[in-house]
Design a protein around this ligand. Sequence first.
Ligand code: TGC
Ligand code: FAD
Length: 385
Amino acid sequence: MSPLDLYDIGASFSDEERSVQGAVARFVDERVLPVIQKHFEEHTFPRELVPEIAALGLLGSAIKGYGCAGMNAVSYGLICQELERGDSGVRSFVSVQSSLVMYPIHAFGSEAQRRKYLPRMATGELIGCFGLTEPHGGSDPANMKTHAKRRGKDWVLNGAKMWITNAPIADVALVWAKTEEGIRGFLVEKGMRGLAAPEIERKFSLRASATGALFLEDVVVPEENLLPGSTAGLKAALSCLTQARFGIAWGVIGAAQACLAQVLDYTKDRILFGRPLAANQAIQIRLAAMARGITGAQLMSLQLARLKEAGRMKPSQVSLAKWNNCRMALDVARDARDMLGGSGISAEYVPIRHALNLESVITYEGTETIHQLTIGRELTGINAF
Ligand code: TGC
Ligand code: FAD
């Protein structure tokens, strides 16, 4: 019985799902883990890995056609889980590219937009970012200030977006802006006059991910870059978040597994008071609590994937998994850091890096409070936002 899969959930995966998991796990072991700590310390995104990520079919993996792999929901979840076992920053890159840019182009874009962007995004030749959050408050995107006004056949965009993953390296930014017809999505390309995407420096979290702002000053965007299907206002933007949150719910399990694996080794090897640290009841109870959290998160994610495949997954169900699994992973990482003692703050061990990363993951894609209030609204029918 694997300590990282106490319910043998892996046995319920199909051969194809297991093969995807195995391929991504090998990539993480051989290519991500040897370089990630250096990137984290140097505050750099491991861009050199993008062609390999693309070659494995991990970009837009759920999309059928347009050079994408057309994998199912469990496979997408396992991709996120294995990548985040390496680092949340690498999983964030794939989440944003796949769920927040390729998904909306596929779901709300014109056929011409799909053909123009998706094949090159699948190969990693084009990198995308998703601009929803604004500096005055990300939890309430309906209070959007960025706006787009028609000028002849074009649109003119003005405003600012904050905390945007991939922005400094993006070739195309999906920018959500208020129009007279409601909130719409625009594909703003790198090099368009009036667009700036500076990096946000000095982060203590997700240091191996490129995070930036987007400043738009009279950016002229042609009509052909408006996502024609984004007519449902904020609902279109929120439906992208549902896709990404599904991946995060799976992804953070990988970070928790990495921490549990390390703390198991450490506490079995370390001799204190004449016996292994792991021989103490107080330590075993904490290890058992980690396994309990991971197993619950695995089962929740698997059921969520089944609902997704059946077309029955509701946003509030995704909120429950995003909240539960992020909280679980953050608690596991913090507790693992503590059980490593002083070593727990060293870059030689993974828990501190995962714990720092998970502070972002529990905040982005809806803070813990936002997801709790979403469940509260589902239970009571009362909107408490
Ligand atoms: P609300 O009245 O609840 O909803 C408006 C319409 O949208 C529908 N809807 C959703 N549809 C799909 N998926 C969802 N998750 C949905 N949530 C709501 C809803 O049914 C309604 O439809 P209709 O037909 O009735 O019009 O809207 P609200 O303004 O009250 O907002 C509710 C709230 C607070 C839940 C929402 O604003 C919210 O989720 N806020 C958090 C914002 C957030 O998560 N931002 C994330 C930015 S992207 C990011 O962080 C990327 S991180 C990088 C990475 O992923 O790795
Ligand atoms: P605020 O909305 O100002 O919230 C502050 C606090 O108030 C939080 O604790 C929140 O839970 C609480 N709060 C809010 N409303 C209520 C309420 N009604 N009742 C009680 N408490 C409440 N955004 C993008 O659009 N694209 C990206 O690619 C992206 N990537 C990100 C990458 C990183 C590393 C980070 C940190 C963020 C990223 N974000 C991105 C932004 C992220 O989605 C927001 O940070 C998040 O939605 C919270 O918004 P905020 O930071 O403005 O906090």
